[in-house]
Design a protein around this ligand. Structure first.
Ligand code: NAI
Ligand code: 15L
Length: 265
Protein backbone atom coordinates (compact mmCIF):
# COMPACT_ATOMS: atom_id res chain seq x y z
CA UNK A 1 0.00 0.00 0.00
CA UNK A 2 1.22 3.55 -0.70
CA UNK A 3 1.41 4.63 2.96
CA UNK A 4 2.64 2.77 6.00
CA UNK A 5 0.65 4.77 8.54
CA UNK A 6 -1.94 7.50 7.95
CA UNK A 7 -3.48 9.56 10.74
CA UNK A 8 -7.11 10.63 10.49
CA UNK A 9 -8.25 13.24 13.02
CA UNK A 10 -11.92 14.00 13.49
CA UNK A 11 -12.51 10.32 12.70
CA UNK A 12 -15.74 10.19 14.71
CA UNK A 13 -17.29 13.10 12.79
CA UNK A 14 -19.53 13.31 9.75
CA UNK A 15 -16.71 13.28 7.18
CA UNK A 16 -14.30 11.19 9.23
CA UNK A 17 -16.80 8.35 9.27
CA UNK A 18 -16.97 8.50 5.47
CA UNK A 19 -13.19 8.29 5.09
CA UNK A 20 -12.38 5.43 7.43
CA UNK A 21 -13.37 2.78 4.88
CA UNK A 22 -11.48 4.21 1.86
CA UNK A 23 -8.34 4.90 3.90
CA UNK A 24 -7.96 1.18 4.49
CA UNK A 25 -6.90 0.76 0.86
CA UNK A 26 -4.26 3.47 1.07
CA UNK A 27 -2.29 2.57 4.21
CA UNK A 28 -1.21 -0.51 6.13
CA UNK A 29 -2.23 1.18 9.35
CA UNK A 30 -4.78 3.95 9.82
CA UNK A 31 -4.56 5.74 13.14
CA UNK A 32 -8.00 7.13 13.85
CA UNK A 33 -8.41 9.85 16.44
CA UNK A 34 -11.08 12.05 17.96
CA UNK A 35 -12.16 13.45 21.30
CA UNK A 36 -15.46 11.56 20.84
CA UNK A 37 -15.96 7.77 20.86
CA UNK A 38 -14.61 6.09 17.72
CA UNK A 39 -16.92 3.10 17.54
CA UNK A 40 -15.76 -0.25 16.29
CA UNK A 41 -12.04 -0.38 15.51
CA UNK A 42 -11.01 -2.44 12.45
CA UNK A 43 -7.96 -4.71 12.36
CA UNK A 44 -5.91 -2.22 10.34
CA UNK A 45 -6.82 0.69 12.66
CA UNK A 46 -5.22 2.13 15.79
CA UNK A 47 -7.69 4.18 17.83
CA UNK A 48 -6.66 7.10 19.99
CA UNK A 49 -8.91 9.41 21.97
CA UNK A 50 -7.09 12.75 22.08
CA UNK A 51 -8.04 16.36 22.69
CA UNK A 52 -6.22 18.34 20.01
CA UNK A 53 -5.57 21.06 22.59
CA UNK A 54 -3.41 18.64 24.61
CA UNK A 55 0.07 19.22 23.21
CA UNK A 56 1.79 16.20 24.73
CA UNK A 57 -0.99 13.91 23.57
CA UNK A 58 -0.89 15.32 20.04
CA UNK A 59 2.89 14.83 19.87
CA UNK A 60 2.40 11.19 20.82
CA UNK A 61 -0.42 10.89 18.28
CA UNK A 62 1.86 11.99 15.42
CA UNK A 63 4.62 9.46 16.16
CA UNK A 64 5.36 7.17 13.24
CA UNK A 65 2.88 8.85 10.90
CA UNK A 66 3.63 9.41 7.17
CA UNK A 67 0.74 11.76 6.38
CA UNK A 68 -2.29 13.25 8.11
CA UNK A 69 -5.85 13.93 7.08
CA UNK A 70 -6.79 16.58 9.60
CA UNK A 71 -10.56 16.89 9.94
CA UNK A 72 -10.68 17.32 13.72
CA UNK A 73 -11.93 20.53 15.25
CA UNK A 74 -15.06 22.55 15.72
CA UNK A 75 -16.95 22.59 12.44
CA UNK A 76 -19.42 25.44 12.96
CA UNK A 77 -19.50 28.89 14.54
CA UNK A 78 -18.80 28.68 18.29
CA UNK A 79 -17.60 30.84 21.19
CA UNK A 80 -14.08 32.11 20.56
CA UNK A 81 -12.61 30.32 23.58
CA UNK A 82 -13.76 26.97 22.18
CA UNK A 83 -12.40 27.74 18.71
CA UNK A 84 -9.16 28.85 20.35
CA UNK A 85 -8.66 25.44 21.95
CA UNK A 86 -9.73 23.10 19.14
CA UNK A 87 -9.00 25.00 15.94
CA UNK A 88 -6.12 27.32 16.81
CA UNK A 89 -4.13 25.72 19.62
CA UNK A 90 -5.16 22.30 18.29
CA UNK A 91 -3.88 23.14 14.83
CA UNK A 92 -0.61 24.49 16.13
CA UNK A 93 -0.13 21.29 18.09
CA UNK A 94 -0.72 19.18 14.98
CA UNK A 95 1.72 21.19 12.86
CA UNK A 96 4.46 21.47 15.47
CA UNK A 97 4.22 17.73 16.17
CA UNK A 98 4.10 16.86 12.45
CA UNK A 99 7.21 18.90 11.76
CA UNK A 100 9.04 17.31 14.66
CA UNK A 101 8.05 13.81 13.58
CA UNK A 102 9.04 14.37 9.94
CA UNK A 103 5.51 14.01 8.54
CA UNK A 104 5.58 14.70 4.80
CA UNK A 105 2.06 15.99 4.15
CA UNK A 106 -1.14 17.16 5.80
CA UNK A 107 -4.52 17.35 4.11
CA UNK A 108 -6.27 20.07 6.06
CA UNK A 109 -10.02 20.58 6.17
CA UNK A 110 -10.36 24.32 5.68
CA UNK A 111 -13.78 25.70 4.75
CA UNK A 112 -15.71 27.89 2.38
CA UNK A 113 -16.16 30.12 5.45
CA UNK A 114 -12.54 31.29 5.07
CA UNK A 115 -13.85 33.26 2.08
CA UNK A 116 -17.57 33.42 2.91
CA UNK A 117 -17.86 37.20 2.94
CA UNK A 118 -17.35 37.36 -0.81
CA UNK A 119 -20.65 38.04 -2.58
CA UNK A 120 -22.48 35.30 -4.44
CA UNK A 121 -22.15 37.39 -7.59
CA UNK A 122 -18.40 36.62 -7.73
CA UNK A 123 -16.67 33.44 -8.81
CA UNK A 124 -13.66 32.90 -6.57
CA UNK A 125 -10.35 31.48 -7.73
CA UNK A 126 -8.06 29.78 -5.24
CA UNK A 127 -6.12 33.03 -4.95
CA UNK A 128 -9.13 35.13 -3.89
CA UNK A 129 -8.43 37.24 -0.79
CA UNK A 130 -9.43 35.68 2.51
CA UNK A 131 -12.75 37.09 3.70
CA UNK A 132 -13.85 34.96 6.67
CA UNK A 133 -17.52 35.27 7.48
CA UNK A 134 -17.39 34.30 11.19
CA UNK A 135 -14.85 33.45 13.88
CA UNK A 136 -14.98 29.81 12.80
CA UNK A 137 -13.95 31.08 9.33
CA UNK A 138 -11.16 33.11 10.96
CA UNK A 139 -9.90 29.92 12.61
CA UNK A 140 -9.76 28.26 9.17
CA UNK A 141 -7.78 31.25 7.83
CA UNK A 142 -5.33 30.67 10.70
CA UNK A 143 -4.93 27.09 9.50
CA UNK A 144 -4.29 28.20 5.94
CA UNK A 145 -1.65 30.70 7.14
CA UNK A 146 -0.03 28.29 9.59
CA UNK A 147 0.25 25.58 6.96
CA UNK A 148 1.71 28.09 4.48
CA UNK A 149 4.37 28.98 7.04
CA UNK A 150 5.22 25.34 7.77
CA UNK A 151 5.71 24.69 4.06
CA UNK A 152 7.83 27.78 3.44
CA UNK A 153 9.93 27.25 6.56
CA UNK A 154 10.15 23.45 6.79
CA UNK A 155 8.87 22.00 3.51
CA UNK A 156 5.93 20.29 5.24
CA UNK A 157 3.34 20.04 2.46
CA UNK A 158 -0.36 20.84 2.92
CA UNK A 159 -3.42 20.76 0.73
CA UNK A 160 -6.08 23.06 2.22
CA UNK A 161 -9.54 21.82 1.25
CA UNK A 162 -12.03 24.68 1.25
CA UNK A 163 -14.95 22.33 1.66
CA UNK A 164 -18.38 23.62 0.69
CA UNK A 165 -21.24 21.59 2.21
CA UNK A 166 -20.46 17.90 2.43
CA UNK A 167 -23.44 15.92 3.59
CA UNK A 168 -25.61 13.10 2.27
CA UNK A 169 -27.71 15.73 0.45
CA UNK A 170 -28.07 19.52 0.37
CA UNK A 171 -30.03 20.75 3.40
CA UNK A 172 -31.15 24.11 1.97
CA UNK A 173 -31.13 26.03 -1.32
CA UNK A 174 -27.64 27.47 -0.77
CA UNK A 175 -26.19 24.00 -0.51
CA UNK A 176 -27.23 23.31 -4.11
CA UNK A 177 -24.26 25.55 -4.94
CA UNK A 178 -21.88 24.50 -2.17
CA UNK A 179 -22.71 20.76 -2.19
CA UNK A 180 -19.83 18.26 -2.14
CA UNK A 181 -20.96 14.65 -2.28
CA UNK A 182 -19.25 12.18 0.02
CA UNK A 183 -17.90 10.35 -3.04
CA UNK A 184 -16.35 13.56 -4.38
CA UNK A 185 -14.99 14.40 -0.91
CA UNK A 186 -13.21 11.04 -0.77
CA UNK A 187 -11.81 11.60 -4.26
CA UNK A 188 -10.59 15.06 -3.27
CA UNK A 189 -8.73 13.60 -0.30
CA UNK A 190 -7.29 10.86 -2.54
CA UNK A 191 -5.99 13.43 -5.05
CA UNK A 192 -4.58 15.51 -2.19
CA UNK A 193 -2.68 12.57 -0.72
CA UNK A 194 -1.37 11.07 -3.96
CA UNK A 195 -0.46 13.99 -6.25
CA UNK A 196 3.31 14.50 -6.30
CA UNK A 197 4.82 17.74 -5.04
CA UNK A 198 1.76 19.70 -3.99
CA UNK A 199 3.77 22.23 -1.98
CA UNK A 200 1.18 24.39 -0.26
CA UNK A 201 -2.07 24.13 -2.20
CA UNK A 202 -5.61 25.40 -1.87
CA UNK A 203 -8.58 23.77 -3.54
CA UNK A 204 -12.33 24.19 -3.30
CA UNK A 205 -14.33 21.15 -2.36
CA UNK A 206 -17.52 21.29 -4.40
CA UNK A 207 -19.19 18.80 -6.69
CA UNK A 208 -19.94 19.55 -10.33
CA UNK A 209 -23.02 21.58 -9.40
CA UNK A 210 -24.96 23.53 -12.00
CA UNK A 211 -24.28 26.88 -10.28
CA UNK A 212 -20.76 27.48 -8.95
CA UNK A 213 -19.29 30.33 -6.92
CA UNK A 214 -15.75 28.92 -6.99
CA UNK A 215 -13.26 27.94 -9.67
CA UNK A 216 -10.52 25.32 -9.25
CA UNK A 217 -8.72 26.05 -12.54
CA UNK A 218 -5.51 27.01 -10.76
CA UNK A 219 -5.64 23.81 -8.68
CA UNK A 220 -5.96 21.62 -11.79
CA UNK A 221 -2.62 19.94 -11.04
CA UNK A 222 -4.38 18.04 -8.25
CA UNK A 223 -6.44 16.23 -10.88
CA UNK A 224 -9.68 16.50 -8.90
CA UNK A 225 -12.66 15.79 -11.19
CA UNK A 226 -15.95 15.70 -9.29
CA UNK A 227 -18.31 12.94 -10.44
CA UNK A 228 -21.47 14.13 -8.71
CA UNK A 229 -23.74 17.15 -8.89
CA UNK A 230 -26.50 18.66 -6.78
CA UNK A 231 -28.73 18.72 -9.87
CA UNK A 232 -30.49 15.58 -8.68
CA UNK A 233 -31.58 17.45 -5.54
CA UNK A 234 -32.82 20.66 -7.19
CA UNK A 235 -36.46 19.62 -7.06
CA UNK A 236 -36.26 19.68 -3.25
CA UNK A 237 -36.08 23.49 -3.28
CA UNK A 238 -38.10 26.36 -4.80
CA UNK A 239 -37.29 27.72 -8.24
CA UNK A 240 -34.98 30.75 -8.02
CA UNK A 241 -33.15 29.50 -4.95
CA UNK A 242 -30.56 29.98 -3.50
CA UNK A 243 -30.09 33.70 -4.12
CA UNK A 244 -33.65 34.90 -4.52
CA UNK A 245 -33.29 37.91 -2.19
CA UNK A 246 -29.96 39.74 -2.51
CA UNK A 247 -30.99 42.19 0.24
CA UNK A 248 -30.74 39.31 2.70
CA UNK A 249 -27.08 38.87 3.80
CA UNK A 250 -27.69 35.15 4.30
CA UNK A 251 -28.41 34.93 0.58
CA UNK A 252 -26.06 37.56 -0.85
CA UNK A 253 -22.80 36.28 0.66
CA UNK A 254 -21.27 32.92 -0.14
CA UNK A 255 -21.12 31.93 3.52
CA UNK A 256 -24.91 32.05 3.76
CA UNK A 257 -26.34 32.17 7.30
CA UNK A 258 -22.85 31.88 8.82
CA UNK A 259 -22.31 35.58 7.99
CA UNK A 260 -24.90 36.45 10.66
CA UNK A 261 -23.84 33.86 13.25
CA UNK A 262 -21.06 35.36 15.32
CA UNK A 263 -19.41 36.36 17.51
CA UNK A 264 -20.95 34.16 20.20
CA UNK A 265 -20.26 34.20 23.94
P1 NAI B 1 -17.90 17.17 12.54
O1 NAI B 1 -18.18 18.25 13.53
O2 NAI B 1 -18.91 16.12 12.32
O3 NAI B 1 -16.51 16.45 12.93
C1 NAI B 1 -15.45 17.12 13.57
C2 NAI B 1 -14.86 16.16 14.58
O4 NAI B 1 -13.80 16.83 15.27
C3 NAI B 1 -15.88 15.70 15.63
O5 NAI B 1 -15.96 14.29 15.65
C4 NAI B 1 -15.33 16.26 16.92
O6 NAI B 1 -15.53 15.41 18.04
C5 NAI B 1 -13.85 16.44 16.61
N1 NAI B 1 -13.24 17.45 17.47
C6 NAI B 1 -13.70 18.68 17.76
N2 NAI B 1 -12.91 19.28 18.65
C7 NAI B 1 -11.91 18.41 18.93
C8 NAI B 1 -10.79 18.46 19.79
N3 NAI B 1 -10.52 19.54 20.56
N4 NAI B 1 -9.98 17.40 19.84
C9 NAI B 1 -10.23 16.30 19.09
N5 NAI B 1 -11.28 16.19 18.25
C10 NAI B 1 -12.12 17.25 18.18
O7 NAI B 1 -17.54 17.92 11.18
P2 NAI B 1 -17.41 17.31 9.71
O8 NAI B 1 -18.59 17.70 8.94
O9 NAI B 1 -17.00 15.91 9.78
O10 NAI B 1 -16.19 18.18 9.17
C11 NAI B 1 -14.85 17.72 9.25
C12 NAI B 1 -13.91 18.90 9.03
O11 NAI B 1 -14.20 19.49 7.78
C13 NAI B 1 -14.03 20.00 10.08
O12 NAI B 1 -12.74 20.51 10.35
C14 NAI B 1 -14.88 21.05 9.40
O13 NAI B 1 -14.59 22.35 9.88
C15 NAI B 1 -14.47 20.87 7.95
N6 NAI B 1 -15.55 21.27 7.03
C16 NAI B 1 -16.67 20.46 6.88
C17 NAI B 1 -17.66 20.85 6.02
C18 NAI B 1 -18.85 20.00 5.75
O14 NAI B 1 -19.69 20.41 4.96
N7 NAI B 1 -19.00 18.82 6.33
C19 NAI B 1 -17.58 22.13 5.28
C20 NAI B 1 -16.36 22.87 5.50
C21 NAI B 1 -15.40 22.43 6.35
C1 15L C 1 -18.81 24.34 7.16
O1 15L C 1 -17.68 24.79 7.26
C2 15L C 1 -19.37 23.45 8.19
O2 15L C 1 -18.39 22.62 8.77
C3 15L C 1 -20.51 22.60 7.73
O3 15L C 1 -21.22 22.14 8.88
C4 15L C 1 -21.47 23.31 6.77
O4 15L C 1 -22.29 24.15 7.47
C5 15L C 1 -20.70 24.04 5.69
O5 15L C 1 -19.60 24.76 6.14
C6 15L C 1 -21.57 24.99 4.86
O6 15L C 1 -21.12 26.09 4.56
O7 15L C 1 -22.67 24.59 4.47
Amino acid sequence: KPFRRLLLTGAAGNLGRQLRGPLAAWADVVRVSDIAPLGEVAAHEEASIVDLADRAAVHALLEGVDAVVHLGGISVEAPFDDLLQSNILGLYNVYSAAQKQGVKRIVYASSNHAVGFHPVTEVLGIDAPLRPDCLYGVSKCFGEALSRYYFDRFGLETVCLRIGSSFEAPKNPRMLVTFLSYRDFIELVRCSLFTNRVGHAIVYGVSDNRVKWVDNTKAAFLGFRPQDSSIEFEAMFPVGAPTADLDDPAQSFQGGPFVLAGPME
